[in-house]
Design a protein around this ligand. Structure first.
Ligand code: ADE
Length: 418
């Protein structure tokens, strides 16, 4: 078996951490039991490009239990947990190509390594597998029957590809399932981003000004949790509806060039480029802490920061101090990469349980139905989304009501008023 990981001797630590995470993933455990019996993915070759975390390890085991042959590479150079990568290789016999801190060249070498595995299905987080397949490796597209996409940024890229008529196989946007983005993007990103910023800096949030750029589901989560830590939260937005929602949720909304003057912490979650740019660094307070929790490291204009700086040094793990010409210091976390994965451990298992239950069930759906699908971006079938919610509630031992026949009838009629 081919693989490329940092250190095999980390495997035992990884095994224990995966066991810990799996305790909070009851929905995946139920799916795993069924997959073991039914083997719906028998012989399916699947290439996954995901953060290599304890939660991803659990998903990989579930897919393997269903009969799939899985190869994994990282979807971000800083998101790999090297002990997990080692455990997947040593204990599960799953080929992993991922090393935390890998450079760009190695990152793409690893993407190519999982594509060399001739997958019939791709499981992407950010659409880099799809992007490489549709550019340098078009000749491999003929083997691919379907795919899934985990994240907002990836879905945006896929829709762009589909709009240009270039998407060569059907892909299901797992991100768009309600049981994914309402929980993972909001509560998962909310908690893990604040966790990453605190682990990196150990600074007090209470009483600080925390600027959140972007009020999508991830931004909402971070704003809510930063407020919960006692910060005064300022939101920046380009979308009037979202800005209005942020105002009504009780946050101050400012353009970035004003927010830049007042923030102690900054976190970008927009999916776009240069959200924090030269003109913003120019007016930031001495000591401002800048982080990104959007998918790619393009939201903060790091090149501009480098150009403006007279020097930089690593002052703590995941913290780089940039010294500006006028003596001010700006602190960049995790090289502008996903701070929740690079400086903490990513989303907690309890939310990944739902996201990855969608991944597992959608992969099964594709394996059973891909013949009838067109080359476009699909949403997760509603019955899968509802099933994940139902299983999660059951695992949490929470019961809900059912409609009486009379209530059911009322909801399907129009005659009755007051
Ligand atoms: N994306 C964000 N958090 C994650 C996690 N814990 N595992 C896999 N992908 C993630």
């Amino acid at each position: 078996m081919q693989y490329h990981i940092k250190d095999e001797s980390l495997a035992e630590k990884g095994r224990l951490r995966i066991e810990w995470a799996a305790r909070s993933m009851p929905v995946l455990a139920l799916i795993e039991e069924r997959f073991k019996k039914e083997r719906p993915l028998e012989g399916v070759r699947l290439a996954a490009c995901l953060p290599v975390t304890t939660e991803t390890a659990k998903l990989a085991r579930v897919l393997k239990a269903g009969g799939a042959e899985v190869a994994i590479c990282a979807s971000n150079p800083l998101s790999t947990q090297d002990d997990v990568a080692a455990s997947l290789v040593i204990h599960d016999g799953i080929p992993v190509f991922a090393i935390k801190g890998e450079d760009n060249k190695t990152y793409y070498k690893h993407i190519n390594a999982v594509l060399d595995f001739s997958p019939a299905y791709t499981m992407d987080d950010g659409a880099d597998l799809v992007s490489v397949l549709h550019s340098e490796r078009k000749h491999d597209l003929k083997n691919v029957r379907g795919g899934t996409e985990e994240t907002t940024t990836g879905v945006i890229r896929l829709r762009a590809l589909a709009d240009q008529g270039l998407l060569a196989y059907p892909i299901v946007a797992v991100n768009d399932a309600l049981t994914k983005h309402l929980f993972d993007n909001r509560y998962g990103t909310g908690q893990s981003t604040v966790d990453g910023i605190i682990r990196a800096t150990n600074r007090l949030m209470s009483g600080s000004v925390f600027v959140v750029a972007g009020y999508g589901w991830c931004g909402r989560g971070v704003a809510m949790r930063a407020q919960g830590m006692g910060a005064r939260v300022v939101v920046t937005e380009v979308d009037p509806l979202r800005a209005l929602e942020a105002v009504m949720d009780g946050f101050e909304v400012l353009p970035m060039n004003e927010a830049a003057r007042v923030g102690d912490f900054f976190c970008t979650l927009t999916g776009d480029i240069k959200v924090i740019a030269k003109e913003h660094f120019e007016v930031m307070k001495d000591g401002a802490i800048v982080a990104n929790s959007g998918h790619f490291n393009v939201e903060i204009d790091i090149d501009a920061l480098e150009e403006m700086s007279q020097g930089k040094r690593a002052i703590r793990d995941s913290v780089e101090e940039y010294s500006l010409a006028d003596g001010r210091k700006v602190y960049l976390l995790a090289q502008g990469r996903l701070v929740n994965l690079a400086a903490a451990e990513g989303h907690p298992s309890a939310v990944m349980d739902m996201s990855f239950a969608n991944q597992a069930l959608v992969t099964e759906f594709l394996a059973r139905n891909d013949d009838g699908l067109e080359n476009r971006v699909y949403t997760v079938p509603e019955h899968i989304d509802k099933e994940v919610a139902r299983l999660k509630l059951a695992a949490m031992d929470i019961e809900i009501d059912t409609l009486t026949p009379e209530q059911q009838e009322y909801l399907t009629s129009w005659e009755m008023g007051t």
